[in-house]
Design a binder for this molecule. Structure first.
Ligand SMILES: NC(=O)c1ccc[n+]([C@@H]2O[C@H](COP(=O)([O-])OP(=O)(O)OC[C@H]3O[C@@H](n4cnc5c(N)ncnc54)[C@H](O)[C@@H]3O)[C@@H](O)[C@H]2O)c1
Length: 289
């Protein structure tokens, strides 16, 4: 029997990375590199090899590996909080990512970069609206240029508002659906950041991970958008839980509009979403103690 190919997932203990590992494992040997800034050891999937550390130390921690694919998901990943964490964002998404790109360069394997759809928001102005958005957008250019300068295979995906099991539900870095779930289960009002008319295309983590695998195995180049075509305002999402809603003051970085383009994954791989956020919220409401 031939040996399984190795795949390296940075951020493998996070929401999307852990789901990706589950679907990679039957076919590949999977190694995760995560510094547990957001990721949790409870998210570990049996059968994967977990290495703890920052991406800036990837060569020391993963130097023994010669992966077929690197899925680079291990970056600072919060929009609004990135204003107060700018140094952390820089360390992860610039310094760490540079080391990941050099690791890729040396091994001449394929990289799949987890870009952010924030760069397309507000007619393309979204890329400058927060430290997070800017660094994610710049990295898509850096990955593309590395690919061209050094003739390396790459694919760049753009996720739209992931949600699903293992989303962070508590603390300052909780995701929006995670926070709403915690508030709803505790019988507290749901807090919505003003104006509440921000449109989002919430996309289930199963759909994102399935698309990532397709792109990892068969996609080459830029513009692999992965997002639901169904768009909801934040107030609509909150109302799917309850009418017990309290508005919070507006915050910087809170883009208004998000345009979804999934042309490449639909045409090349027949990818479509199989889940809706409404169904997910209904299932969370059923679970209320
Ligand atoms: N969830 C979304 O809606 C969304 C949208 C667009 C892009 N993305 C990108 O997809 C990727 C995965 O997103 P997610 O929702 O699973 O986020 P997440 O925060 O749950 O996962 C990111 C993981 O990377 C780890 N990490 C962060 N910095 C690291 C570093 N320097 N070294 C090693 N590990 C590090 C975190 O501990 C975490 O486990 C991120 O790069 C994120 O920016 C996510």
């Amino acid at each position: 029997m031939s040996e399984k190919q190795t795949v390296l997932v940075t951020g493998g203990a996070g929401m999307i990375g852990s789901r990706l590992i589950e679907i990679l494992l039957p076919k590949y040997r999977v190694v995760s590199l995560d510094n547990y800034f957001i990721g949790k050891k409870e998210n570990h999937v049996a059968g994967a090899d977990y290495r703890e550390g920052h991406t800036k130390d990837i060569e020391t921690l993963c130097g023994d590996l010669d992966p077929a694919i690197i899925f680079h998901l291990g970056e600072y990943s919060r929009v609004e909080q990135s204003f107060k964490d700018v140094e952390l964002v820089w360390q992860s998404n610039v310094e760490g990512t540079f080391r990941v790109l050099e690791f890729w360069h040396k091994r001449k394997c394929k990289i799949v970069y987890a870009g952010s759809s924030t760069k397309f928001a507000d007619g393309g102005m979204g890329r400058d609206q927060s430290p997070y958005a800017w660094m994610k957008a710049s990295n898509t250019e850096l990955v593309r240029n590395y690919g061209n300068w050094f003739d390396l295979p790459y694919a760049i995906t753009y996720f739209y508002n992931g949600y699903g099991p293992r989303e962070l539900a508590e603390g300052p870095y909780a995701s929006v659906i995670g926070r709403f779930k915690t508030q709803y289960w505790a019988g507290e009002p749901i807090t919505v950041v003003a104006p509440g008319t921000q449109q989002r295309n919430f996309t289930h983590v199963d759909d994102l991970a399935r698309g990532l695998l397709m792109v990892g195995e068969h996609g080459l180049g830029d513009e692999f958008g992965l997002g639901s075509h169904e768009s909801h305002t934040m107030l609509e999402i909150a109302k799917m839980f309850t009418d017990n809603i309290v508005m919070l003051p507006e915050r910087p970085g809170n883009r208004m509009e998000s345009i979804v383009d999934t042309t490449r994954v639909e045409q090349e791989f027949g990818w479509t979403t199989e889940h809706t956020v409404k169904e997910y919220i209904e299932s969370l409401k059923q679970q209320k103690k």
